[in-house]
Design a protein around this ligand. Structure first.
Ligand SMILES: NC(=O)c1ccc[n+]([C@@H]2O[C@H](COP(=O)([O-])OP(=O)(O)OC[C@H]3O[C@@H](n4cnc5c(N)ncnc54)[C@H](O)[C@@H]3O)[C@@H](O)[C@H]2O)c1
Length: 321
């Protein structure tokens, strides 16, 4: 068996921190190097090697790859949708420069396999909104979406032209309780749980009928691990796979929370993020992922709500000790 030596870039973030812990369980702590521009959670920092590194530092990243004999890179560093609208050029540089550094390392055979997450933000207002197909009109109107769509084109190009083994998923909004979200438009669906437990009420920055595709972190991590473990010939889409678990509106999420906390109250005060959400699909057709590499989600709205409240309650009671 060829053993993998993994580098995660952006490992202190919402997805990276949980992905790093899972990959350490699977491959051994010392075989998973976490890196970021900032330190991460206690669990991340204490469970294995960590390097402070800027994802846009080409020679620094190449040095890390050589120093640790890296075979696989998971590039999780990016500027997310809401923050990117405030700093368009910075978002473009981070999201694109970091990707080119990794694709070129793979092209030069310094690494073997790359995971790079895309997003439902690649779609735009002209895309069919319901059950959005794998292949369809893509005219993203956000800086973040433009960077992800461009990234997908380059991934496919590097695969076709240079045989780079890059694998990608269009993540929906990822919901988790261990690490706070990083400035996306679906962050409301995490904040709402924190506020339900802390104050019993929440003001949503999206309107009550805004349906968006969402997924619990466990499922997102499973999808990432699964697509990276799949034999290369089964990964037929080399831009990025649609991936779906559930879709809900703020009103439906509030309803699910009310079933567990009856006194919970929600209000709506849409801000600039409403326009971003309105440009995205409300549900996704992920049959290609289900067919090509047997993708299956586990969490729906009901069990998502239950595990989020349970997990957050436990971490809040630990904080108060
Ligand atoms: N969370 C979601 O709902 C979601 C949905 C779709 C796609 N994605 C994608 O998944 C990936 C991870 O998302 P996330 O939610 O964990 O984001 P996040 O913002 O929580 O984490 C990103 C991490 O990257 C780090 N970072 C930022 N600039 C860096 C730099 N110059 N060098 C090194 N590290 C840097 C940050 O410190 C942070 O720890 C991103 O590509 C994102 O676009 C996320």
């Amino acid at each position: 068996m060829i053993s993998e030596k993994i580098l995660i870039i952006g490992a202190s973030g919402q997805i990276g921190s949980e992905l790093a812990l899972r990959l350490r369980e699977l491959h051994g702590n010392d075989n998973v190097i976490a890196s970021d521009i900032k330190e991460g959670s206690e669990d991340l920092m204490s469970s294995g090697p960590f390097e402070i590194m800027d994802a846009t530092d080409e020679s620094g990243i190449a040095g890390l790859v050589e120093k640790h004999s890296i075979t696989d890179v998971y590039l999780m560093a990016a500027m997310l949708s809401a923050t990117a609208e405030k700093m368009p050029m910075k978002a473009w540089s981070l999201n694109m420069d970091s990707l080119f550094i990794i694709l070129n390392l793979a092209k030069d055979k310094k690494i073997k396999k790359v995971f790079w997450p895309s997003s439902i933000a690649v779609f735009g207002p002209s895309t069919p909104k319901h059950d959005t197909p794998q292949t369809t009109i893509m005219e993203p109107t956000t800086v973040y979406g433009i960077s992800k769509q461009t990234g997908e084109r380059w991934c496919e190009y590097f695969f076709n032209k240079f045989g780079v083994d890059v694998r990608s998923i269009r993540f929906p909004g990822i919901i988790s309780y261990k690490t706070l979200p990083g400035g996306g438009t679906t962050d409301y669906a995490i904040e709402i749980f924190h506020e339900a437990l802390r104050t019993g009420k929440y003001t949503s920055f999206l309107s009550e009928e805004t349906a968006l595709p969402m997924m619990f972190m466990e499922d997102a991590i499973k999808a990432t691990v699964d697509i990276m473990n799949e034999p290369a010939e089964n990964v037929k889409v080399r831009s990025s796979y649609n991936l779906s678990a559930m879709s809900f509106t703020p009103k439906e999420l509030a309803g699910a929370i009310k079933k567990e906390i009856p006194e919970f109250e929600i209000n709506y005060k849409p801000d600039f993020r409403q326009a971003i959400a309105d440009s995205w699909p409300s549900s996704i057709d992920d049959s290609a992922a289900r067919t090509d590499w047997n993708w299956k989600h586990e969490y729906d709205l009901k069990n998502l709500t239950h595990v989020m409240l349970k997990g957050l309650k436990e971490s809040l009671s630990l904080e108060n000790k």
